[in-house]
Design a protein around this ligand. Sequence first.
Ligand code: FMN
Length: 157
Amino acid sequence: MSKTLVAYFSASGVTAGVAKKLANVLGADVHEIVPQEKYTDADLDWTNKKSRSSIEMNDKAFRPAIANKVENMEQYDKIYIGFPIWWYTAPTIINTFLEQYNMDEKTVVPFATSGSSQMGKTNDDLRKSCTGAILKEGKRFDAGVSKSELKCWTDNV
Ligand SMILES: Cc1cc2nc3c(=O)[nH]c(=O)nc-3n(C[C@H](O)[C@H](O)[C@H](O)COP(=O)(O)O)c2cc1C
């Protein structure tokens, strides 16, 4: 039996809203990726070169720790993976997530929210963390995306 999972990381709640709507549209299970150490407002200050997010995103090999795990990842053959765009790409905690599981032959579909940036070269950074997977072209959504827009997208993935 094939099952779909919507997994997401959201530092300030915007991606969480889209992820829940998407899971509802798909009738999919939903999983929040919880960082071992939560990001504070100061951590998220992109105008400060010394903030936690700036330091982490300057080192693409950095892998922020995750506090929780997906139970029975084997049951899912399609995984929608949601995140905020940070510095034009996915936060490296998404690499941590993908590297924790055997993604061979699973279909991975990224989606994101952002101030305005599109997905850009995000998949170049994600591909190395799920080499055996079928990594689809992702899509960036506005915070207020409608269910019908999400449905239209998933029908065409
Ligand atoms: C560290 C950091 C870097 C960001 N970089 C970008 C960016 O490159 N382009 C953009 O449009 N928005 C950027 N943003 C804005 C977020 O992508 C946007 O606010 C997102 O919807 C937040 O989602 P969340 O509430 O799920 O964390 C950045 C935000 C943070 C905290």
